[in-house]
Design a protein around this ligand. Structure first.
Ligand code: CUA
Length: 197
């Protein structure tokens, strides 16, 4: 005799079809709202950043009037080259113009903090020292500044790497890194140093 089948307890009825659809729709709406919030946030951030940059240009921008470089200020010819500062560091000032650098050969000491300060007299040029991470744009109207240090003496090429006209390929300079003592001796004789051939 088979035992009587226990009556199946009435289980909770599965949710009606409408409820599942409603829930899916709620989730979809929530995601849609979230993505709209993210979009709005990004637009607000982009607008804020743009307006802020337009209203407050970088405080560090330094200008140099390309028409007056040779007449006055930091980039007059007699001030170009490497200068030994009171604190022992070296400041190098130079100009890029179609199609050369002034000075065409820069001399700096090894193992010494060097600051480059450069500008352009005409169009945008590139300033790159081969084999290093030194890479600047020389933009007319602005002073480009970069701190660097060379560990070992040697000579490196300094090509213009921004197309600046028909003579661009021929726009090259050189940088000569000499040892500290040699540089100090050179600096004793001259206020602004360039390579001596
Ligand atoms: Cu200067 Cu290319």
């Amino acid at each position: 005799m088979t035992p009587p089948v226990a009556p199946v307890a009435p289980s909770a009825a599965p949710p009606p079809h409408e409820d599942g659809a409603d829930q899916a729709e709620r989730v979809e709406r929530r995601w849609a709202a979230l993505s709209i919030v993210i979009l709005v946030l990004l637009v607000v951030l982009a607008a804020f950043a743009g307006l802020r940059q337009a209203a407050m240009p970088q405080s560090r921008v330094e200008t140099a009037d390309p028409r007056r470089l040779h007449l006055e200020g930091e980039f007059i010819d007699s001030n170009l080259g490497s200068a030994l500062e009171a604190d022992g560091s070296v400041t190098v000032r130079g100009i890029g113009q179609q199609y050369s650098f002034t000075p065409p050969c820069i001399v700096v000491p090894a193992a010494t903090p060097v600051r480059f300060r450069l500008t352009s007299a005409d169009v945008t040029h590139g300033f790159l020292i081969a084999g290093t991470t030194i890479n600047l744009m020389l933009v007319p109207g602005y002073t480009s500044s970069l701190a660097a240090q060379f560990d070992t003496p040697g000579e490196r090429l300094m090509p213009c790497h921004e197309f600046c006209g028909t003579g661009h390929e021929g726009m090259w300079g050189r940088i000569r890194v000499v040892d500290k003592t040699t540089f100090a001796q050179m600096a004793a004789n001259s206020r602004r140093l360039r390579c001596v051939e």
